[in-house]
Every structure is written in C-alpha cells, then in structure tokens.
Design a protein around this ligand. Sequence first.
Ligand code: ADP
Ligand code: MG
Length: 616
Amino acid sequence: MADIIQLLPDHVANQIAAGEVVQRPASVVKELLENAIDAGATTIKLIVKDAGKTLIQVIDDGKGMSTTDARLSFERHATSKIRTADDLFQLHTKGFRGEALASIAAIAHVELKTKQDQDDIGNIIIIEGSNIVSQDVVVVPKGTSIAVKNLFFNIPARRNFLKSNTVELRHIIDEFHRVALAHSNISFAMYNNGSETFNLLVSNYRQRIVNIFGNKTNEKLVPVEEDTEVLKISGFVGKPEYAKKTRGEQYFFVNNRFIKSAYLNHAIASAFDGLLKSGTHPSYFLNLTVDPQTIDINIHPTKTEIKFDDEHTLYALLRSAVKHSLGQFNIAPVLDFNRDSNLDTPYNYNKANTNTPTIEVDKSFNPFQEETQSKVKAATYKKESAASWENLYVGLESKGTKTQQDFSEVHFESEESTGSIFDDDKYVDKIQTTYQLHNKYIVSTIKSGMLVIDQHRAHQRILYEDFLKNMTIKEAVSQQLLFPLQLHFSIQDIEIINQLKEDLEHTGFIFSSVNKESVEIIGVPVSVPESEVSIILEQLISDVENEVPDAHFSATDLLAKSMAKSLAIKTGQSLQKDEQEHLVNSLFACKEPNTSPTNRATFITMSVDELDKKFI
Ligand code: ADP
Ligand code: MG
C-alpha cells in the first residue's frame, strides 16, 4: 500500500495552532500587549473596534524590529526571547513560544509597521491568512504597530461562536487590566470605538489601581509588604467591609505575570477568616516575586495557572503577611497566639501617622423621614395594589420584625386575580391551608394530593414575570427616594449600567445622573428596598459579565432574571401564613408557573395514589 502520511502545509499547521492560542479577541489583545512590554515599550496604546471583532491594534514605542525580523516574526516557533531549553527556567519575558504572531496571522488580516531606533525608515508588512500580501518600507516613528482586522475571517464557525460585544469587550478589558496592573511603570491607553476608555499614566501601584478601579478604591486599600528569602510580596488587599459579592477584583501576579491560583486564593481567604460577611470575597492586588527557577509556567499558552516548587511555604507566608497587614491597620485584632510577638512590630511604625478622631454626622438623617416615606409607600401601594404584595416578601429580609406592620398597610386582591386560574386547574379550588417546611418549602393540599413548592424559585418566577411585564409595557411604578442614593462603581461597571439604563428605568429605577464612576438614583421600583439597591446592581453587573449570550440573548430578560434572583425570598426565610398563601396564589397566576426563570422546577406534586403506595 502507498504511503499516506504527509506533513501539513504551514498555513494549516498555523491555523491549528491558532485554535490553541487565539480563543477570542481578548487573546489577541493579551499577546500583542505582552509583545509590546517585552519590546521594552514605555507607552502602549490599545485600539479596539466592535469589541475587537473588526479591529485590534497595539501601538508601542519599544525597540522595533529589523527588516528580516519583521518578516520572521510571523513564522512559527520564531522568537527572539529564548535560545535553549535552559532559558525556559530563566524567563524574564512574557513570550517565549514564538507562536502568537504566526497564529494570529493565520486567522486574520494583519498589518505590521515597525522601526528600530537606529534606522531611518521602517517596514510595513501586510499578511492575510498566513499569506504575505505585501512588504514595503514606510516612514513611522520608532516602535511597532500591529493591527489585527477581521479576526476569524477564514473560520466562520469561530466567528459565529463569539459572544456579544459587551461580553467580548469585557474580556478585553480584563486582559488590559491584568497587563496594566502588572506594569504601573508603563503608560497605557485604551480606545474603544473611537472613545478613550482608559488613560493610565506612569504611576505608583496604588495610583494605578485607583486609576483603573475608580477614586473610591483608594480608601479601601490596605498595603501588604513582606520580604523573605523565598518570596517577596507587595501590593494591597481590600478592607473587609468593602468585600464584594463577586470575585472581580482578585489579582495575583507572579514576577509581573497574572496568574490564577485557587490555592493561594485560599491563603488570603483564610487570612480574612471571621472578617467577612458570608458570600463576599475580599479584593486583592498582590505581586509575588520569586526566583524564576522555582516556578514552571510552561504549561499551556493561554493558561494562567503556574506551578510552584514550594507551594506550602508560599501559602503560609502569604496568609501571615495579609493577616499581619489587616491587624496592623486595625482591621483585625493582632492578637494571634500562634504568632511570635516579636514579628508584630509594624513595618512602618516610625512613619505611621496618628489618626485624629473625627466626629461623624449622618447628613442624611431626617427625623421626619420615616413618616414621609411610609406616606409615599402607601400612596404607591394604592396605585398598584394588585401587584404590590411582593413588597412584603422582598422587604422581609432586611426589615424582619416590620412584617406585621407592613401587612396592615396593604390590602390584598390576589384572591380575585388568581381565583379563576384555580377553577379550571387540576390543582385546587382555592388554597385551603399551607404549611412551611424547613423555611424552604411550602406544602399545600390539592385535589389530587399534595403540592410542595420551592419558595425561592417560586418567588423568582413571580418577580421575573412582573419585571418583564413592567419593562414591556414601560409603566413601572417608582418609589421616590427622599434623599438621592449615590453609588460608586468602576468605569467598566458604569459602562454596563449605561447599556442597561433604559431597561432599568422601565423597571422603575430613576437615575438623576450617571457619571464616570458613580450613579445617583432618586427612584427605585416599588418592590425594591433602598438598602438592597447596591446589591441588586452589583449582582446585575456580575450576571451581565458572566452571561453566555446566545442568539436569543436579551438584555431585558437578563435584567428581569437577575433582579428576580436578587429580590426573591430566600431559602431559610420564615413566612407567615398569609405570605405563604400569597406566594402560592401568585405563582399559579403566572404564565409559566412550573419552572423558575432558570428553568428549574418550582414545585412538585404527589398524588394520594403515590402516597398510598408508600404506605403499603
Ligand atoms: P514570542 O513573544 O513568544 O517570542 P510572538 O509570536 O509573540 O512570539 O513574537 C515573535 C517575535 O516577534 C518576538 O520574539 C519578537 O522578537 C518579535 N516581536 C513581536 N512583537 C513585537 C513588538 N511589539 N516589538 C518588537 N518585537 C516584537
Ligand atoms: Mg509574544
């Protein structure tokens, strides 16, 4: 039989490799930014259009490439960064595989312009799907500019697989943050669709964090410094009271490279032990410096994991350094019996400033507030009496004992509105009696036997349909706040809020202003307690970020789901009899009572027959 094995042509091999290296526009951003840093740039500009789907361009003022190098840079395994296998254990650059440019050029239209300082004239190369279209001389400043257009133009399946612009841009910004945080000595700018998203000047680390995450961040940061033979730690952790519900602001850098490590994350979490509200995560921005010989980063081109020789020691050092900082800044008691007290001398003891006690006046205190607010509420209830029963439930968590009083304020109409549903339904004529099981399920009798409802999921369904309705008919009722609520967000989060603003307004939110880093809210949906507003928005932003939108993606739907999830009564919450009944009645008044907004069963039934069988 004839031989059948052949070597793959380069462009095919490159396309296959590209599948590994370039998963989405953000992967290109990462590779290009890292190349610019390796080239010794001091100013780096990132330009994206349509979340990188149309254009990703990185312009640097680094050392540039010679004519031959410019051409060679697109070959696979062509790198200036390592020469022998031993160099792999002495890495001082981000790149070393020589795969990125070859991969990118295999799946996009690329234009490279580059000039070295000593040359008078630079080079321009245009390459499309691994084919060199042209190579010429060009007048350009020192440095390199690489423009990547029409990513995945020759792999439609990949292109179609890309997520919405919001999600892809979010990934790009994440990569940008990681690189910019690791190099505060380099100035970075980012432009998205022609407008400036970030302009980060050379600064110290604290300023860099603040420039990225907003001015409010400054007061949250607690410095962490530790210098030992095996490990140098420097950076900041967020004060416990600012801990977030999402894991967004957690950054480890090892030798200036962003890494993820569940193990080291645990070290920090344990240093915060007892200081955090449950379900919240501390922020941290920590740079670890170790001997390059003791780590192995050669795992996978896009992986951010890393292998350490001695993880246990790192864990212990990290935990103790963070604990110490929290203690030193009076955030946690320093008393730790396992610790050698000689170590407890604060690092900057001599430099420490004394804090003059200040008197805090609650500027928003208004002795008449309570009365006025309840008037506003009562008025709103009247307008929306049929839908207003949800207020009882959403208010429960924070108000606790106020439940009874709330009941007296509201008059119910749900029997009228839901009675008909049950008449032609197989379940019940009317809910006779309900019983709450383990503060989790509502049990009730129905014609055929018994009904068990999951209270959290059921309430999500009810709220979800209600929000959707309000957003569609655009007639949500707002509850005016007596004092505007000022909330601070990062610049990227504000972007998401801006995108959702219109829908949020249809649910009843009223924004008096949306600035670069804060929003001011003067009205909220009637079903939303003021104290929950910031948590709801935070959850919403995190849901948008984590959403995997498909063809049916709808911002309205996501918003309704997210708010329903935040506001629904939780498992573990005890409900009064009337509340239980309303929950059941309202669930069956829904269009799709059987499932939660995330498609999980809201209730199960068990017939008398089935019960009988169990007693045989
Ligand atoms: P790697 O970074 O792993 O070496 P790349 O494919 O990313 O591989 O780049 C190939 C080579 O092209 C690099 O080793 C470097 O010599 C050169 N190069 C890439 N980008 C730049 C840049 N912005 N400035 C100067 N040289 C660059
Ligand atoms: Mg590279």
